[in-house]
Ligand binder design. Structure first.
Ligand code: CP
Length: 307
């Protein structure tokens, strides 16, 4: 467990199954009331160069609940980036003000670059279309809470698989746990071939489908739905071609079976009908709330407050 102290959290590609278990079990301990005050005396920088509700605010709340202090910005327009300061110079400066930093940035690789110049742990809170590791940690924690296991699960991963950083991270994690996966997307938003060939090289088989109903005979445990992300499309017409193309409703649950649990990293636009929210199948708000113990656990581990 002590291997986390001082560590950067950039990509699921850097993580082992033991690392993921450590985070999930520690988050469970935090939720049970252990590790209180694990960030006492620690100061966390929260640097959001891109909009966020859940990730930023749950990190802030996690720090405050664990007795630490948090500072930063939600709008890079209020920072000296506006005056032309380079990203690297900003990070070199802020590293002297904190014990760990959480960074969201629209550019892939920004968190990795930050970790190369920072002298404190850097946590990637989402870098462009690349990775969103802490979303995956809370997803795994929620799945474990719901099913009591992380192995032997069947999961449909659906939506914007091309630009979706949450599903890129989640796919790496579910592959480590040997999940049976089906990727469901419009043809233009398929999972990147580099990720699919990585699965094949590891001998991990997967399925593809056009609609969740196409996977009905798999008896999925989880349908993980994602938004078509307007902000990631360079060409507005490409977005218009796929926007509003699917909607999960009660009929989808009937087709997939009552066992299926519906997850979503949120925010949603119109891809899950509100009628699903009150079904026992919907666990996406629990998922969002689990961001707190998961991020308390992670921050405690990387700052050494939990060892
Ligand atoms: N799931 C997620 O990353 O949500 P936010 O963009 O609101 O942080």
């Amino acid at each position: 467990m002590s291997s986390f102290k001082g560590r950067n959290i950039i990509s699921l590609r850097d993580m082992t199954i033991d690392d993921l278990w450590t985070i999930v079990t520690t988050a469970g301990e935090v939720k049970e009331g252990k590790h209180r005050g694990c960030l006492q005396g620690k100061t966390i920088a929260s640097l959001f160069f891109e909009p966020s509700t859940r990730t930023r605010l749950s990190f802030d709340s996690a720090v405050i609940k664990s007795g630490g202090s948090v500072f930063g910005f939600a709008d890079p327009g209020s920072s000296s980036q506006k005056k032309g300061e380079s990203f690297s110079d900003s990070i070199r400066t802020i590293t002297g003000y904190c014990d760990a930093m959480v960074i969201r940035h629209p550019v892939e690789g920004a968190a990795r670059l930050a970790s190369e110049v920072a002298t404190v742990p850097v946590i990637n809170a989402g870098d462009g279309a690349n990775q969103h590791p802490t979303q995956t940690f809370l997803d795994l924690f929620t799945i474990h809470e719901e099913f009591g296991r992380l192995k032997n699960l069947k999961i449909g991963i659906m939506g914007d698989l091309k630009y979706g950083r949450t599903v890129h991270s989640l796919t790496h994690a579910m592959a480590l746990f040997g999940a049976e996966m089906v990727f469901i997307s419009p043809p233009s938003l398929k999972m990147p071939s580099a990720i699919l060939s990585g699965l094949s090289e590891k001998g991990i088989s997967f399925h593809t489908a056009d609609t969740p109903e196409d996977a009905a005979d798999m008896n999925l445990d989880i349908l993980y739905v994602t938004r078509i992300q307007k902000e990631r499309f360079g060409d507005p017409q490409e977005y218009k071609n796929v926007a509003h193309g699917y909607r999960i409703d009660k009929n989808t649950i009937i087709a997939l079976g009552e066992q299926v649990r519906i997850m979503h990293p949120l925010p949603r636009v119109d891809e899950i009908a509100e009628e699903v929210d009150t079904t026992p199948n919907a666990i996406y708000f629990t998922q969002a709330h689990n961001g707190i113990p998961t991020r308390q656990a992670l921050l405690g581990l990387v700052t050494g407050g939990i060892s």
